[in-house]
Write a protein that binds this ligand. Structure first.
Ligand code: IMP
Ligand code: MG
Length: 187
C-alpha cells in the first residue's frame, strides 16, 4: 500500500520507499562483509520488524538463519524497570551464535536493552543491533546500535511494519498520521 492509497490518513511522508531500500542495501553490504563465515543468526521482534527483516535478509550476500520473538512490555511504570515478558520465544538455541537483532525502531530503548541482555545471558557469542529508525530524543536507556538507519523526530510513525492500532503496517514507506486519525479513535 502506498500513501496515495490512504490520503485521508497520512499527514506527510518521513522516509520514502527508495530511502528505506537504499539504507537497507547499504547496511546489508556492510553486515555481509562483517559476518562472512560466521553463521549469522538474525533475530527480529514481531510484528513491527517484519518488513525490515524480510528486506534486510534478502539484501545480504551471505547465508543467515532467521528467528523471531514476540515480546510484551508492561505499562510505563514497569517498563522503566525494563520488565519485558516473552509471549513467543525463539526456536533457535543461541549458545555460541553470532546474533544480529534486526529492529524497526528504537524509541525508549527498553525493549532492545532487555533483549540484548537476555540473548547474552543465554550464551550468545555476540549480540549486535541494526535499527532502521531511531528517535534519539526519546531514548531512556543507552543501547549500542552497531548499524543505524535514519534518525527521526519525536513523532509517531507508521508504515513498513510499524502500526497504529494494528493499521498501516503494509504501507511501503514511513509516514506521520494525520491528527484526525487519533481523534477519530478517541471519539
Ligand atoms: P522502545 O522499547 O520504547 O524502544 O520501543 C519498542 C517498540 O515500540 C518498537 O520496537 C516499536 O514496535 C514500537 N514503537 C516505538 N515508536 C513507534 C512509532 O512511532 N510508531 C509505531 N510503533 C512504535
Ligand atoms: Mg519493534
Amino acid at each position: 500500500m502506498q500513501i496515495a492509497d490512504v490520503p485521508d490518513a497520512i499527514d506527510h511522508e518521513l522516509v520514502s520507499k527508495a530511502q528505506i531500500e537504499a539504507k537497507i542495501k547499504e547496511t546489508a553490504d556492510q553486515v555481509s562483509r562483517d559476518y562472512r563465515g560466521k553463521n549469522l543468526l538474525l533475530v527480529a521482534v514481531l510484528k513491527g520488524a517484519i518488513n525490515t527483516m524480510a528486506a534486510f535478509s534478502q539484501a545480504l550476500s551471505i547465508p543467515a538463519q532467521l528467528d523471531f520473538m514476540t515480546l510484551s512490555s508492561y505499562g510505563s511504570g514497569t517498563v522503566s524497570q525494563g520488565t519485558v515478558t516473552i509471549r513467543q520465544d525463539l526456536t533457535a538455541d543461541v549458545r555460541g551464535r553470532h546474533i544480529l537483532i534486526v529492529e524497526d525502531i528504537v524509541d525508549s530503548g527498553h525493549t532492545l536493552a532487555w533483549l540484548v541482555d537476555e540473548l547474552k545471558r543465554r550464551g550468545a557469542a555476540s549480540v549486535e543491533i541494526f535499527a532502521l529508525l531511531e528517535k534519539p530524543s526519546r531514548h531512556e536507556v543507552h543501547v549500542d546500535l552497531k548499524y543505524r538507519g535514519y534518525e527521526i523526530p519525536d513523532e509517531f510513525v507508521v508504515g513498513f511494519g510499524l502500526d497504529y492500532d494494528e493499521r498501516f503496517r503494509n504501507l511501503d514507506s514511513i509516514a506521520v498520521l494525520k491528527a484526525e486519525v487519533y481523534q477519530g479513535e478517541q471519539a
